[in-house]
Ligand binder design. Structure first.
Ligand code: 4NP
Length: 166
């Protein structure tokens, strides 16, 4: 039976703080679970103002302290993303509204979810933008992402094992 890949796209505003971190956290969880050949992971931004940039140096430094290497390069979300990815996961309510506005059809809208939907610790209903925050904002992003990505992996493990086509 052919094993289809599930493709995940994490999205935030600039694609230099939250979504590159989500990408790195999820890649590590997926690798540790031995699912690296089943799940593809990428990230993008609503806005293109940081296109071509590496992740924010503060975000990279905080992530590195937890062993994550943020190696993605910022790019804006494009129309093809809505066809290429199975789940498109935004970090806050504004990301979700913007993604819905960009979605080319109804099927694409159904792919849009918010990161905190998968949180196990339900203290936050979004992943706050850390750009103008201090160190605690970057640490909070990583705390929320580690929790929600673990929840997302649990959710995906269930759907991967219950779908006979996968
Ligand atoms: P991100 O954070 O959406 O998590 O990548 C931000 C990055 C840049 C800006 C805002 C948020 N900015 O205004 O340039």
């Amino acid at each position: 039976m052919k094993e289809e890949k599930v493709r995940l796209l994490f999205v935030c505003l600039g694609n230099i703080c939250r979504s590159p971190s989500a990408e790195a956290v999820m890649k590590r969880l997926v690798k540790d679970a031995g699912l690296g050949d089943r799940i593809e992971i990428d990230s993008a931004g609503i806005a293109g103002y940081h296109e071509g940039d590496r992740a924010d140096s503060r975000m990279r430094a905080h992530a590195a302290r937890r062993g994550y290497v943020l190696d993605s390069i910022s790019r804006p979300v494009c129309t093809e993303d809505f066809f290429d990815f199975d789940l498109i996961i935004g970090m806050d309510h504004r990301n979700i509204d913007d993604l819905k506005r960009k979605a080319p059809d109804l099927e694409s809208v159904e792919k849009i979810h918010q990161m905190t939907e998968y949180s196990r610790n339900k203290l936050y209903d979004h992943v706050p933008d850390p750009y103008y925050s201090g160190a605690e904002g970057f640490e909070l992003v990583l705390d929320l992402l580690e929790d929600a990505c673990a929840g997302l992996l649990e959710f995906m493990n269930l759907s991967l094992s219950s779908n006979p086509d996968n």
